[in-house]
Design a protein around this ligand. Structure first.
Ligand SMILES: [Zn+2]
Length: 184
């Protein structure tokens, strides 16, 4: 006779099945020694989205006990905190560099789509000069934000980096006033 299951009256009765004819069952009280469970073994790994399972087996009666393993703690990290982007240019440079196993990206969202828009795949496009925040959310609902600074490719400062001679030709007082503050 071999034991095959402990289904009802758990802890008080054993259900046996004949190892030769695989037929006929009988019940017996569990021996006074009771269960003697071995160590827990992980039988299904948890992920960020799903619980796992651990199992232990009684060496006396082969009873199986199962327990859930908590989901993995969700986390998210991006490769950058802030990126510059020119108007009319696109980038896919923002990446999730750290997340819990089993997790994946649920959405990308811009707080100012008129300044920087973003597709569901994370392609960011500069629309006009300004600053936008792009939020990446994972399926586990953790999120992270990257700041996108959209610049004019021929903006005031950049021109002088490329052609320093222009700076020399510029009237001094005008040259000291940042473009954003000028009224003309
Ligand atoms: Zn047992």
């Amino acid at each position: 006779m071999i034991p095959w299951a402990v289904t009802r009256n758990y802890g008080t009765l054993l259900y046996w099945k004949c190892s030769v004819c695989h037929d006929g069952t009988k019940t017996e009280p569990i021996p006074a020694t009771g269960h003697s469970f071995g160590a827990w073994k992980q039988t299904k790994a948890p992920t960020a989205l799903k619980k796992g399972t651990k199992t232990r087996i009684c060496s006396n009666c082969k009873a199986v006990e199962k327990q859930d393993i908590k989901k993995l703690k969700a986390k998210i990290k991006l490769n950058v905190k802030s990126i510059p982007l020119q108007v009319k240019k696109s980038t896919t440079a923002v990446k999730v560099t750290s997340k819990a196993k089993g997790d994946s990206i649920k959405s990308w969202k811009s707080n100012k789509p008129k300044i920087a828009s973003v597709t569901s795949k994370g392609k960011i496009t500069g629309k006009k000069v300004g600053t936008a925040k792009i939020k990446v959310t994972l399926k586990s609902n953790v999120s992270a934000t990257v700041t996108v600074k959209v610049q004019n490719p021929w903006g005031y400062h950049r021109v002088f980096h490329l052609f320093p001679m222009l700076w020399m030709l510029m009237p001094r007082q005008l040259a000291m006033v940042p473009l954003e503050n000028r009224k003309d």
